[in-house]
Design a binder for this molecule. Structure first.
Ligand code: MF3
Ligand code: CO
Ligand code: CO
Length: 269
């Protein structure tokens, strides 16, 4: 396994890329309304990344082995779409939930983050799935510190999610990230405490759990990218890029609009 340990120079660049990715989500949030198409959201983000941020949308033409080049600049996964939803001409409607996943490259370094947005009010079930998935991501993040294992991260997420009757998608995972979009290690969102690699200061990876309201099985659409739930149940995902620090973690994908850690919010209340 070749896990790149980042130095202070890399980390500073990753903070910049991470903040830019998060700022794209801040920017696009107000545009996520009924009647807009995901293609329009893609164009808005593309132009913001290229013209305002002077950065590169990493998904555009991204072609890992066995895949055709990804045709758009962002991923928009609506309702039963789990991840890698390709923006298109379909309009969002009231009650839809949508994951917008942004990856930018700045100065050769990647920042990767996603959030859920709800169009209008959303059903109770939809709001709950989005909220529990957000908390699951945070529970995973809170395991991160030197000496902890990736199994600790996955186990925390899985236990919490399954406690609500949700299932964890197995086929896609978090990943190391840096000068490459997807690096080692793979960060599974399920597993057993104390298993897997041990975390070391200077590692940077994403935590990006995908939770289904129904069964965990997936299906790939004919476009070669969009992944949906086989049983058509709703799916949600949140993602942060995280640095292992000397005594814990630092979230690199932060900006003014980043939703707060839900447990800190509860303590304050
Ligand atoms: N941003 C996704 C991730 O979190 C990867 C998207 S690959 C793409 O890893 F080509 F679909 F953009
Ligand atoms: Co990612
Ligand atoms: Co992503």
């Amino acid at each position: 396994m070749n896990i790149v340990i980042k130095n202070e120079h890399d980390i500073e660049k990753m903070r910049v890329a991470g903040r830019l990715a998060s700022e794209v989500l801040d920017f696009i949030g107000p545009h996520v309304v009924a009647g807009v198409t995901t293609e329009e959201l893609d164009k808005l983000c593309h132009d913001f990344i290229v013209q305002v941020q002077d950065a590169i949308p990493a998904p555009l033409n991204y072609a890992p082995p066995g895949y055709s080049p990804y045709p758009k600049s962002i991923c928009t996964s609506v309702n039963h779409q789990i991840c890698h939803g390709v923006p298109g001409p379909k309009k969002l409607k009231n009650g839809d939930i949508i994951n917008i996943d942004i990856t930018v490259i700045k100065d050769g370094y990647h920042g990767d983050t996603s959030r859920m947005f709800i169009v209008g009010e959303g059903s109770l079930a939809a709001r709950r799935l989005c909220e529990i998935t957000f908390e699951a991501m945070w529970l995973g993040i809170e395991q991160v510190k030197p000496g902890a294992t990736l199994g600790d991260v996955g186990a925390a997420i899985q236990k919490f999610a399954e406690g609500f009757g949700y299932s964890v998608v197995r086929e896609f995972c978090g990943h190391g990230i840096g000068t490459k979009f997807h690096e080692e290690p793979q960060v599974l969102h399920y597993g057993k405490p104390g298993t897997g690699i041990t975390l070391v200061e200077g590692m940077i990876f994403t935590i990006e759990p995908m939770l289904n309201a129904g069964r965990r099985e997936i299906k790939e659409m004919p476009d070669g990218w969009t992944i949906v739930t086989k049983d058509h149940s709703l799916s949600a995902q949140w993602e942060h890029t995280v640095l292992v620090t000397a005594d814990g973690y630092e979230i690199l994908t932060v900006s003014e609009g980043t939703p707060a850690n839900p447990r800190l919010k509860k303590e304050a209340a």
